[in-house]
Ligand binder design. Structure first.
Ligand code: T5A
Length: 226
């Protein structure tokens, strides 16, 4: 089988990591070779940049600087981990990707669309997801989940988790608009339901994408963004 690239998007605490775990388990049971990864991060170089971004260390230098850093991390992640895995026939499940930059830096960061598109073209370099699952739920529900979880992450909210709930609600709308513009690639799933119900809905969306990959045995279906 040729590899497939599936990304998960949505707001803070939407349940992306949880659903990636569920899906990876289900796919492995069916014999798929699965790679789980995340952004920012996923490769040693990108993980180094992750710390700079999420600690807030780059915030004072402005959103253009942050957008370039996200793109630099993405480029490294694509070339070091995602592309080799796809070429080896694996299923790559990625927690956030280019759509997070479109929404967080583009829409709520107020960056010019041309700037965001140019960075995306360089960073993604043709590795557009075959399927993007957008987990949709009210921002306040996701933020409450993120706050309620135990451990170090809840005790120290990152640069974005600290932001005003109205900004997070704007991001929710932006993800939905993005899905409406690219309905073939982006599928919206109600994230405000029990985790196993979400997992079932996601499997129904993923199965045809994997079946197509097996029957075609063709190249990665991603297409270069213009
Ligand atoms: N960012 C990222 C940008 O600005 N631009 C970019 O280009 C990129 C790539 C990344 C930050 O960087 C920004 C966006 C982000 O702010 P992160 O630490 O990776 O930061 O954070 P998130 O991606 O937001 O991940 P989170 O861990 O916060 O949320 P998840 O993964 O969506 O949620 P998850 O699965 O960890 O679940 C959160 C809690 O809810 C529970 C879980 O058990 C957990 O406790 N939960 C549920 N509870 C009830 N019902 C359900 N259905 C549940 N599912 C999960």
């Amino acid at each position: 089988m040729k590899g497939r690239f599936i990304t998960f998007e949505g707001g803070e605490g939407a349940g992306k990591s949880t659903q990636i775990q569920y899906l990876a388990e289900a796919l492995r049971t069916h014999g798929y070779d699965v790679v789980m990864t995340r952004e920012p991060g996923g490769s040693p170089g990108a993980e180094a940049v992750r710390h700079v971004l999420l600690s807030g260390a780059a915030e004072e230098f402005g959103v253009r600087m942050e957008a370039i850093l996200f793109a630099a991390a993405r480029s490294d992640h694509v070339e070091e981990l995602i592309r080799p895995a796809i070429e080896a026939g694996k299923v790559v499940l990625c927690d956030r990707f280019m759509d997070s930059s479109r929404v967080y830096q583009g829409v709520t960061g107020n960056l010019e669309p041309e700037f965001v598109t140019a960075l995306e073209r360089v960073a993604v370099n043709g590795m557009v997801p075959d399927l993007t699952i957008i987990l949709d739920l009210p921002a306040e529900v996701g933020l409450a989940r993120a706050k309620a979880r135990s451990g170090e992450k809840a005790a120290n909210p990152d640069r974005y988790e600290k932001e005003d709930p109205t900004i997070h609600e704007k991001r929710r709308e932006a993800f939905l608009e993005l899905a409406a513009r690219e309905p073939d690639r982006c599928k919206v799933v109600n994230g405000n339901q029990p985790a196993d119900a979400i997992a079932q809905a996601i499997e129904k969306l993923v199965n045809p994408v994997l079946a197509e990959a097996q029957s075609m045995g063709s190249d990665h279906a991603g297409t270069q963004q213009s």
